[in-house]
Design a protein around this ligand. Sequence first.
Ligand code: PAF
Length: 278
Amino acid sequence: MILIETIEKLKEVLFRIKSNGKTIGLVPTMGALHEGHISLIKKAKSENQVVVLSIFVNPVQFDKPNDLERYPRDLEKDLLLVESFTDIVFAPSVKEIYPTEPTEKYNFDELENIMEGVSRPGHFNGVAIIVKRLFDYVQPNRAYFGEKDFQQLAIIRKLVEQTKDDVTIVACPIVREPNGLAMSSRNQLLSFAKRNIASKVYGIINKSKALGTPNVKKISEFVLTEVKKFELVKLDYFTIINDATLQPVESLEDAKGVVACVAFSVGDVRLIDMIRFK
Ligand code: PAF
């Protein structure tokens, strides 16, 4: 495994690799790696000859300075975790990626006027800026993203459609802790007890699915009522949407490709999750 910190070095190394006709899989991350990231890297490794893992806490996708400041970071630990199955780790500084303030503006229309796009203004523009820049530096054959960030995945697919980058976006399933909580770097900010409370939301949504009713209003009411029983948990949104358009579904009857997305806070830690209904 080699650690690269500059764009120039990255391009130089990748030029040699590509000249040898090798395929490249990119796994973009913000570090604080967990089993979810490992599954992305392993999937990338199984489908490409060379895997590039990027580790960069992207300041322009954070809408709150305090959230950026306390985002978990431990590069040494991350490197130890992945060294046996990753070829290149690209871990640049903020100055390297943004020597000047980025000015790119993306528009994802109805894909961003909902859920995270509403709760975290500017977030997806920031994600698009870094993902597009990474695609430009690496020019991967495939790029790997987790389904937990379901809206982000849709936005990145849209970005590729708009920019016509020749990269295949590969979606990878959520990896969960034994109690059901979706793996997330932000889980590190929670105590063991709070992680357990956070996992209850997944349990509630599974129960709401098991109600077996096609009535989305009833399902949502059930989730709202059940979540309220946990004082520490504050629901931001629970919404049942079409998996392609991300637009709300009114009834599960006859609907195809339906997922439920949820965002909630446990204390001051905000988490998201996604569960497929149909
Ligand atoms: O999902 C993430 O970790 C980030 O949003 C990404 C895609 C690495 C961009 O910073």
